[in-house]
Write a protein that binds this ligand. Structure first.
Ligand code: AMP
Ligand code: ZN
Length: 122
């Protein structure tokens, strides 16, 4: 999806990145920010959010985005380590589209841990 100013203005993650909405930020760099999910589904639930709004979901990714996607995944591992769940185990989830329950159309990864995570997921 192409970048649209109105979309960005209405996007909760863009508002957080712009500093217009509060968040509990645990990591930031020039490509992503990591914040605590405000409706946590596990004792540790962090979102790795790409700074730009240009990708609404994985479906919008092209080959040119491979580096950003790799960086987001690497950041998930780094944040899991920072949050103390790397050794016990954690799950990285990217809900994509309606049937997967994606509720915010701005690319993000969930990092979940701190409890036993059932498989298969619901
Ligand atoms: P998804 O449903 O995969 O699109 O994930 C969106 C996530 O964003 C959900 O887990 C929400 O709880 C979380 N979320 C929505 N608004 C906020 C917010 N203002 N601060 C932190 N997390 C949020
Ligand atoms: Zn956005």
């Amino acid at each position: 999806m192409t970048t649209d100013t109105t979309q960005e203005q209405e996007c909760v993650f863009c508002s957080i990145i712009a500093g217009d909405l509060p968040s509990d930020t645990v990591y930031r760099d020039d490509q992503v920010i990591a914040i605590k999910d405000n409706n946590p589904q596990a004792p540790i639930h962090v979102l790795i959010i790409t700074r730009e709004h240009n990708l609404e979901s994985l479906n919008d990714a092209s080959r040119l985005d491979a580096s950003l996607l790799g960086h987001a995944l690497y950041t998930a591992a780094k944040v899991a380590n920072q949050m103390g769940i790397a050794e016990s185990g954690y799950r990285v989830v990217v809900n994509t589209g309606e049937k997967a329950g994606q509720s915010v159309p701005h690319l993000h990864l969930h990092v979940l841990g701190g409890r036993n995570l059932a498989w298969p997921p619901g």
